[in-house]
Structures are given as C-alpha cells and as structure tokens.
Design a protein around this ligand. Structure first.
Ligand code: ADP
Ligand code: MG
Length: 186
C-alpha cells in the first residue's frame, strides 16, 4: 500500500495499431504540483483520461487514493479534473452547468457561486457559455473541477488560452492548493 495520491501502473493504451501510451508508471505524492510534460501526441491526455475512467486501458491501470476511480465512495469530493474534449453546452449559463455537476455530486447550489468567485467569473456567471472567451471557458473548467473541493486535481493544460495575468493567476492558485496538501497533476 502506498500513500501516493495517484498511482499509474504499467498503463498502456492502443488505438488500433497506434500505441498512444506505452507502459507508463509513476506516482503523484500528496501536496505536490506535478507537471506532466511531453510533446503533442505524447499521450498525456490519454493518460489523464485513463486515470479518471474516460478511456479503458489496453493494459495496466491507475488508482486515485488507492482505488480505481469507479470505486470511489464520493468521487466529486475526491478528484476534480479538466480533461481534453469534455466541454460545456454553449447554450447554457455557466452557473447552470455548475449546478448540474454539483447536483449530480450532491453539493449545495451555493457552492457553485463560491467556485465562480474563486476563478474570477462571478460577474459573468449568468452569461451563456457560448459567449465566453476560450480563457473564460478554461476558468469555468477549473471552477467545475473545484466544485467538490476535491483532494486530488488533474488538469489537462489548465493555463491554455489564458492571458499572461491568467497564467500567473492559475499558477498561484495551484501552488496555494498544493500548499494545503492537495496533490495537483497537470
Ligand atoms: N480517441 C482516439 N482515437 C484514436 N487515436 C487517439 C485517440 N485519442 C488519442 N489518440 C492518439 O493517441 C496519441 C496520444 O494522444 P494524446 O494523449 O492526446 O497526446 P497529448 O495529450 O500528449 O498531446 C496520438 O497519436 C493521438 O492521435
Ligand atoms: Mg493533450
């Protein structure tokens, strides 16, 4: 048994003949911001998708706090994520997107306003997501990831599309979370 927050063990993923992830193993300790780096197409997003159960590994697997993501007792309070290709409905208001996620996880509606505030979207939370800039959508993704005040955060390119002030803000934000003992991988 390990006290690592995330353990990836021999993870392999093939798409037909294409070997996207080749026997990858690593551990993310608690309280650390861990950068997951590699060129485009290296398999980073596929690895993160496998950790959160959005893609089935060809071999190997991953655990979050010692469990397969499907076996977590309270997933929304355990792991929050921004994952490539999982978006918001452009016709819905940002606050309503959060309310849907929050309700599914059994969270009070007030928490949705809190996370909007946290990511600097409080003033525009009633606007439809389709009117958001790319950077605002990134912030909304982070708000959704933070809904359950999760112990582990997995963020795929969280600073993508943010302006320089936003990049500085997201780095400070993640540093602050890690200082609270929360592991962050992205
Ligand atoms: N759903 C998919 N179907 C087929 N091939 C995929 C799929 N998702 C990713 N791939 C392939 O897997 C490889 C790794 O992609 P990805 O994990 O997105 O890399 P990264 O996030 O590091 O840029 C790429 O060659 C990509 O084309
Ligand atoms: Mg990627």
């Amino acid at each position: 048994m390990t006290d690592a927050a995330v353990v990836v063990d021999g993870l392999t993923k093939r798409f037909g003949a294409d070997l996207a992830v080749d026997d990858v193993s690593f551990e993310v300790p608690a309280g650390r911001v861990v950068g997951f780096l590699g060129p485009n197409g290296a398999g980073k997003s596929t690895t993160l998708r496998a950790i959160v159960g959005l893609t089935a590994p060809t071999a190997g697997g991953a655990t979050i706090l010692g469990r397969d993501v499907r076996d977590l007792d309270d997933p929304i309070r355990t792991v929050g994520s921004i994952v490539d290709g999982v978006g918001f409905h452009p016709g819905r208001r940002a606050i309503d997107e959060l309310r849907i996620c929050g309700a599914a996880g059994g969270l009070p509606s007030a928490r949705c306003d809190e996370v909007l505030e946290l990511v600097g979207l409080a003033q525009v939370g009633r606007k439809r997501v389709g009117t958001y800039s790319f950077g605002m959508k990134q912030r909304l993704g982070l708000a959704a990831a933070m809904l359950g005040d999760p112990q582990v955060l997995l963020l795929d390119e969280p600073a993508n599309g943010l302006d320089p002030e936003g990049i500085q803000w997201v780095r400070g934000f993640l540093r602050h979370l890690a200082d609270e003992g929360r592991p962050v991988g992205g």
